[in-house]
Design a protein around this ligand. Structure first.
Ligand SMILES: [Zn+2]
Length: 99
């Protein structure tokens, strides 16, 4: 009777350790996954000629006076200077023609 209880306790500890180990060894926490997704390249369209091109977000981006992550780029199709900010709600780049 006593032995049985001990064995059971031992097994429970093992299961607990396995759960702990596997969660500890998970390659990415949900938070890291979200950051990685946010930095994934995204397809954006030029507001002038509507050409689509791939935009790579920088992990060392410029933050403007309003706290937005902002970018200055040029349309690879028509050469229009563009300014963009990252929409904090969904991490998408919002482009407009630079004035
Ligand atoms: Zn363009």
């Amino acid at each position: 009777m006593w032995e049985k209880a001990r064995v059971r306790f031992y097994l429970e500890v093992q299961v607990f350790e396995q759960i702990f180990k596997s969660s500890n060894e998970a390659p990415m926490t949900p938070n890291q996954t979200k950051i990685q997704e946010a930095l994934d390249p995204q397809t954006v369209a030029c507001p002038k000629c509507h050409a689509e091109f791939v935009f790579y977000r920088s992990s060392a981006a410029h933050i403007d006076d309003y706290g937005f992550e902002s970018y200055q780029l040029e349309c690879p199709q028509c050469g229009t200077p563009l300014s963009g900010i990252i929409d904090p709600a969904d991490d998408k780049l919002l482009l407009s023609q630079a004035s």
